[in-house]
Design a protein around this ligand. Structure first.
Ligand code: DP6
Length: 324
């Protein structure tokens, strides 16, 4: 029995669209910040049952709901040469599927716990590739701090790596405007954007270029450039979705109000930048030293949201079992 914990990550340069749906190879690379809040803890035990079982927050998933977990377990079984089925139990501390990256933490914890349970000796790159097969963004939660997912062009070459950030300590204010489950999954929304949005090719081309600029900003520790590119990547991603038929519109009036409020804070000299994923919640990148002030000021301008201050967190890791 092996237990691992992992944190969500928020993409600064987004991943949106796959070039290979089965292998989860992304259309472009991406770059994220791992948070120190909302961890997921996952335990994997080998069983003599005749199928895998998956319990999420106390509820047993159907085999359809558990399909992505089974995919990752199959890969770990194949790599380790073992055949036993597993009992998986996972606890989220963040609302599931509300665009708060719960699946990223979950699959990073699953890959880490499963590799250990099956005795597979896996380095960070292999764990990242395994997590990727559950959910693309999960490959980045294997590592802490700032992380770049290199798109690659095959299963072997598509994985994340940690980056050295030379700038000020980073903060991220998470503004939760809704914890409702999203109406369209990001997987489905990506498919629709690729199939129907005339802006998808422009998104891919511009985001690949943006990622290179952002990597230079990370090397240089340039917080302003990092932040400006963060907002650009988010808005361009959502623009590509707006162009889909029917449109995919995750941002609500409350999300837009938060983007406006972030602009106001910046104009007043408090430097921060907004981003949003497959849901209406907004995440605000700032210097760690400013995070509480950003949260307080946003709460004054947009009171109808819940705020949580986060910083950079650690990557996925095994948790020692308490002696029975
Ligand atoms: C908007 O990683 O959840 O959060 O690979 O289909 O499981 P699948 O998608 P997922 O998509 C994340 C999209 C995003 C941007 C990002 O995290 O880069």
């Amino acid at each position: 029995m092996s237990t691992a914990t992992a944190h969500p990550n928020i993409a600064l340069a987004k991943y949106w669209g796959k070039r290979d749906e089965r292998l989860i190879l992304p259309a472009t690379g991406s770059l994220s910040m791992t948070l120190d809040v909302f961890p997921t803890t996952t335990t994997v035990s080998l069983t003599d049952a005749d199928e895998d079982s998956v319990v999420l927050d106390g509820e047993t998933l159907t085999s359809d709901e558990a399909a992505r977990v089974t995919t990752v377990l199959d890969l770990v079984r194949e790599a380790s040469g073992r055949r036993e089925y597993a009992a998986v139990s996972s606890t989220n501390t963040v609302p599931t599927a509300a665009g708060l990256a719960s699946s990223a933490a979950a699959f990073a914890a699953l890959a880490t716990a499963a590799a250990d349970a099956y005795g597979l000796s896996a380095d960070g790159a292999l764990l990242s590739r395994l997590a990727r097969r559950g959910s693309g963004s999960a490959c980045r939660s294997i590592f802490g701090g700032l992380v770049r997912w290199n798109a690659g062009d095959s299963d072997d070459t598509s994985f994340a790596e940690p980056l050295a950030w030379a700038g000020p300590d980073l903060g991220m204010v998470v503004a939760v405007v809704s914890s409702a489950r999203k109406s369209v999954s990001s997987r489905e929304a990506m498919r629709r954007t690729i199939a129907t949005s005339p802006y998808f090719p422009a998104w891919v081309e511009s985001n690949a270029a943006l990622l290179e600029q952002m990597s230079i900003a990370v090397d240089a520790g340039d917080f302003t450039l990092l932040g400006e590119l963060t907002e650009q990547s988010a808005l361009r991603m959502h623009a590509s979705m707006f162009g889909a038929v029917p449109p995919v519109r995750y941002l609500t009036a409350a999300s837009i109000a938060l983007f406006d409020a972030v602009g106001e804070l910046r104009a007043s000299g408090l430097e921060c930048y907004a981003t949003a994923d497959a849901g209406p919640n907004v995440k605000v990148l700032c210097r760690a030293d400013d995070a509480q002030a950003v949260s307080n000021r946003l709460a004054e301008i947009v009171p109808n949201a819940e705020y949580r201050v986060a910083h950079t967190g650690t990557g996925a890791r095994l948790v020692e079992e308490e002696a029975e």
